[in-house]
Design a protein around this ligand. Structure first.
Ligand SMILES: C[S@@+](CC[C@H](N)C(=O)[O-])C[C@H]1O[C@@H](n2cnc3c(N)ncnc32)[C@H](O)[C@@H]1O
Length: 229
């Protein structure tokens, strides 16, 4: 694993315990609703094998199970602390929690009807490799549905940036108890590519029908894309 990925892994291991609460606050209570919307995109075509990458505490995996209760769902992450939290949540029973690095997935080609992930892409050292792996493990015709932060743009962009730089690390100090980790989350969002550049990366990986839907003043985006059938 590259050094950048080990640093990210240590960061998420450190904030696992309070991550869900912080996420609710940072998304103004919208995170669960977005995850349900994303899960609906992943399951609307049917199928019975789903993979939620960078699953964290399993919010998206759980939303997939709500919509497709009979299917097999794997929640995978490379943070042991996040996986421990996922395993400890009562409503998460029945989901198969596995340790996996998104750069090198331990799954067969064409294993899944859909791959979901939340807030993975801006954290990885090799985005193209991570998208190529998702493409590989999807069945032909399978979909990826994901949520990712996006740097604020437009007229309100500078104001939203300032707000994020002030509010998130403050919450990180008071509630997350780790200012540095939440400063990282803000800076990785502000430094990440915009939607047009990310669309091109999905397409370069071979995906078609790439769609994006903006949430919360464009700071969060729900992505869907298809592996050609
Ligand atoms: C911001 S959390 C999001 C968790 C969950 N998807 C959600 O929406 O609440 C990002 C997660 O991505 C995981 N992650 C980051 N890079 C990863 C990688 N290369 N492979 C696997 N998981 C990774 C982290 O360990 C962390 O649990």
């Amino acid at each position: 694993m590259r050094n950048e990925d080990s640093t990210v892994q240590a960061t998420f291991n450190g904030i696992a315990r309070r991550y869900d609460l912080m996420n609710r606050l940072m998304t103004l209570g919208s995170h669960k609703r977005w995850c349900r919307e994303l899960a609906q995109c992943a399951t609307s075509g049917g199928g019975d094998n789903f993979l939620d990458l960078a699953t964290g505490t399993g919010v998206i995996a759980r939303a997939v199970r709500e919509q497709s209760p009979e299917s097999a769902i794997i929640g995978a992450d490379f943070s042991a602390a996040m996986l421990a939290m996922a395993r400890s949540i009562e409503g998460n029973a029945g989901i198969d929690w596995q340790f996996a690095d998104a750069h090198e997935l331990p799954f067969d080609d064409g294993a899944f009807d859909a791959v979901t992930h939340g807030y993975l892409l801006r954290n990885v050292s090799d985005l193209d490799q991570v998208l190529a792996e998702q493409f590989r493990v999807l069945k032909p015709g399978g979909v990826v549905a994901a949520i990712e932060t996006s740097p604020p743009s437009g007229l309100l962009g500078p104001l939203v940036r300032l707000g994020m730089r002030v509010v998130v690390p403050t919450l990180g100090t008071l509630i997350g108890r780790d200012r540095g980790a939440y400063k990282y989350l803000v800076e990785s969002t502000l430094g990440f590519m915009g939607p047009e550049a990310l669309r091109r990366r999905f397409e370069r990986a071979g995906f078609t029908d790439v769609h994006v839907k903006a949430k919360l003043l464009g700071t969060n985006m729900i992505w869907t894309a298809r592996k050609p059938g």
